[in-house]
Design a protein around this ligand. Structure first.
Ligand SMILES: NC(=O)c1ccc[n+]([C@@H]2O[C@H](COP(=O)([O-])OP(=O)(O)OC[C@H]3O[C@@H](n4cnc5c(N)ncnc54)[C@H](OP(=O)(O)O)[C@@H]3O)[C@@H](O)[C@H]2O)c1
Length: 265
């Protein structure tokens, strides 16, 4: 008889699963037997991922291609999941993007779009699935924030602020869920190999020139393990963790100047 895996009988919904950290998080869950619901906008990439992971780990893998950043995108996804008779035990809120540059001169639609995807859709999905998790006393939420969560980010202001929201919201939910059996973890990666930098336009910043990005699978494994252990916050890499923990003790003006230096070229 096949050995029972930790996730057997449970389903993980992973947003932003067409590539990067989300795709690798989906693999971590599938490896432990979780059925998958994969969502992002790129349907061919999602279908390839579902086919590969479903076969490799012998799990059901469903694809729902959609724009989560669209208004009511989260509600549409929830309705589609229900109409297919699927349920969600673990919600992985990973989809997100950043845009580098001064706030002045930026496109309003891009800035608001970041809030819609990084915050609004994340809250919408969490609000929908949270009561079911508490009722079942299992499962939980793994949110992907960033090392950007720990200080304001001049020249990437909305992105940093959106990730500060994700960290704060996640920690508060962790406390609300304490003792219920429901897990909440916030994964805070530093620079990671993915398409993020290309979309964000951060290739030329000083930050991009310091150090080597961490492979996305390494980041995903750290996030997955943290979630399994119900670790409140997981900052990837010793240097990133040190900097994030130090931030509250650095005078704010100095910190702002440092981030300005790192976020410009
Ligand atoms: N890479 C880094 O250095 C880094 C560092 C810290 C935190 N993070 C965070 O990690 C998370 C994953 O990013 P990544 O590094 O893996 O970047 P990525 O390779 O660009 O992946 C982003 C994922 O989000 C999806 N997505 C983007 N816009 C979407 C939309 N409107 N609707 C639905 N899905 C959408 C993308 O798929 P489609 O394009 O197919 O829609 C893709 O699957 C993000 O929240 C990011 O902020 C990344």
């Amino acid at each position: 008889m096949a050995r029972k895996r930790k996730g057997d009988g449970q389903t993980a919904l992973v947003t932003g699963a067409s590539g990067g950290i989300g795709l690798d998080l989906a693999e971590c869950f599938a490896k432990d037997g979780y059925a998958l619901i994969l969502t992002a906008r790129s349907e061919p990439a999602l279908k390839d991922a579902a086919e590969r992971l479903g076969r490799k780990y012998n799990v059901a893998a469903n694809v729902i291609a959609m724009d989560l950043g669209a208004i009511a995108g989260g509600a549409k996804l929830v309705a589609e999941i229900a109409s297919r008779g699927l349920s969600v035990d673990v919600l992985v809120n990973n989809a997100g993007y950043g845009i580098a540059g001064a706030f002045d001169g930026s496109q309003e639609a891009d800035q608001l779009g970041m809030l819609d995807l990084n915050i609004r859709a994340l809250v919408e999905l969490t609000h929908s699935f949270w009561p079911g998790m508490l009722a079942k006393k299992r499962g939980g939420v793994l949110n992907v924030a960033s090392t950007a969560s720990f200080q304001p980010g001049p020249f990437m202001a909305i992105y940093y602020a959106s990730k500060a929201f994700v960290l704060s919201f996640s920690e508060a939910l962790w406390e609300e869920a304490r003792g219920t059996g429901v897990h909440v973890s916030c994964l805070c990666p530093g620079p990671t190999t993915s398409k993020f930098r290309e979309r964000a336009g951060t290739d030329k910043t000083r930050l991009a020139r310091t150090g080597t990005p961490m492979p996305s699978m390494t980041v995903a494994r750290m996030g997955y393990r943290a979630f399994r252990k119900n670790r409140r916050v997981m900052i990837t890499g010793a240097r990133n963790a040190f900097m994030a923990r130090l931030a509250p003790f650095v005078p704010r003006r100095t910190l702002l100047g440092l981030v300005r230096y790192l976020q410009t070229s």
